[in-house]
Structure formats: structure tokens, C-alpha cells
Design a protein around this ligand. Structure first.
Ligand SMILES: Nc1ncnc2c1ncn2[C@@H]1O[C@H](COP(=O)(O)OP(=O)(O)OP(=O)(O)O)[C@@H](O)[C@H]1O
Ligand SMILES: [Mg+2]
Length: 194
């Protein structure tokens, strides 16, 4: 199967494609549907979470496994190849530890209001790009769980659009992420509540 990707997505390499658990899948459309079903189950599971440890490294991996573990063998484990986005794969554990430690400090010192905490964590996580695929969907759910479980706040509206498809909202979202890459979070903070 060959997979076409929208802008700002990560193509899968040969080993990663071999991790497809559902061998009957032959098209991108079928893959999207199966992933969507898996993600839907994870949303239901996440809804019932009572703890606040959303920015914990083990929880982040568990959540990715819950979202994609019925489709991909490598769900919940860090990637083992470099991508067009993200840090070099060998550095992922170090970057993840720094991010999760930073988040602990943000909580302890109440550094940021809810939206900024969630938006910054979302951007840092997707910038690291810890997994072979699903980083966008995973890190957006993480941001919403930070808001709901840690701050008792409303989840983001994310441009009120499916960001997985090419379109105006995705273009604005990627542009905002790129500005955040340059340490300007204003576009992203506007976008997530648009
Ligand atoms: N310049 C960038 N800086 C930071 N993050 C980026 C940049 N470009 C893209 N991204 C993020 O990478 C995601 C795509 O990565 P990946 O394909 O692993 O996720 P996905 O969940 O499969 O895709 P999607 O988010 O398109 O549904 C985008 O959704 C976006 O969040
Ligand atoms: Mg993808």
C-alpha cells in the first residue's frame, strides 16, 4: 500500500508499514477509517480518566497505544527513524524527559494560564514528534486532556474543522505551529480557540 500524506505529515518507512496489524487494509481510506475507530475508543477511555498526570511520559505513551494500538504494532513506542519533522530519533527520550520535567515546573509555579500551558505542551510534543505517526492527533488530544483534567477547562475548538484533511483550517494550524517553532505562540493561541 502507498500512502499519500497531507502537508506537515510524516510518511512511514518500510519497517513502520510492516507494523500494520490489520493486514486486510489495502487503501489509505481504509487505514484512515480503522485509525478513526481506534482513536474513537481511546477518546471514550480518556473521558473516564480521573487522574491529572496527563504530562507524565508513561501516560503519553499509553495514550498513543490506546489511540493506535489496534492498527499499529509500534503504537506507544518511540520511532526508530528520522522524519521530515521532529528531533533526531536517538534524542527523543532526552527531549521527552525535558518536556515532562518542564511541565511539572509549569504546574508547580503556575507559570502559564490553562490555554498557554496546553498550547505550549502541544507544540513542544508535536515538535519532538516522538511516534512514527499519529503525533498530530495524539498531541491535540493531550492538549484537550490537559485543559479538561488538569485545569477543569473547556477543550480547544481547533478551528472547528478536521485538521487531518488538507484545507484552510489545517493551513492556518500548520502556519501557527511554524510560528511557535520560532517562539511566537500568538497565532497558535488564537487558532486553538477559533
Ligand atoms: N513545522 C511544524 N512544527 C511543529 N509541528 C508540526 C509542524 N508541521 C506539522 N506539524 C505537526 O505534525 C502533525 C503531523 O504528524 P503525524 O503525521 O505524525 O500526525 P497524524 O496525527 O498522523 O497527522 P494529522 O495531524 O495530520 O492527523 C501535524 O498535525 C502537526 O501537528
Ligand atoms: Mg500522519
Amino acid at each position: 500500500m502507498t500512502l499519500d500524506c497531507p502537508d506537515g505529515a510524516t510518511p512511514l518507512d518500510y519497517d513502520e508499514m510492516n507494523g500494520l496489524l490489520l493486514t486486510h487494509i489495502t487503501t489509505r481510506g481504509e487505514l484512515d477509517r480503522w485509525e478513526m475507530e481506534n482513536v474513537h475508543l481511546a477518546f471514550q477511555w480518556a473521558d473516564r480518566i480521573k487522574h491529572k498526570n496527563i504530562t507524565d511520559e508513561n501516560f503519553l505513551s499509553l495514550l498513543h497505544k490506546r489511540m493506535f494500538g489496534k492498527v499499529w504494532k509500534w503504537a506507544g513506542t518511540y520511532r526508530k527513524s528520522d522524519k521530515n519533522i521532529g528531533v533526531s530519533w536517538v534524542e527523543i527520550p532526552v527531549y521527552m524527559k525535558i518536556l515532562c520535567d518542564d511541565a511539572k515546573a509549569w504546574s508547580e509555579f503556575a507559570t502559564y494560564p490553562a490555554d498557554e500551558y496546553a498550547a505550549r505542551f502541544h507544540h513542544r510534543l508535536v515538535y519532538i514528534h516522538p511516534f512514527a505517526n499519529g503525533n498530530g492527533r495524539h498531541s491535540r488530544l493531550v492538549a484537550d486532556l490537559i485543559l479538561e483534567k488538569m485545569f477543569d477547562a473547556q477543550p480547544f475548538s481547533w478551528g472547528k474543522s478536521t485538521l487531518t484533511k488538507q484545507g484552510e483550517a489545517r493551513t492556518a494550524y500548520i502556519k501557527a505551529l511554524k510560528a511557535a517553532d520560532d517562539h511566537d505562540y500568538s497565532l497558535l493561541l488564537d487558532f486553538v480557540r477559533s
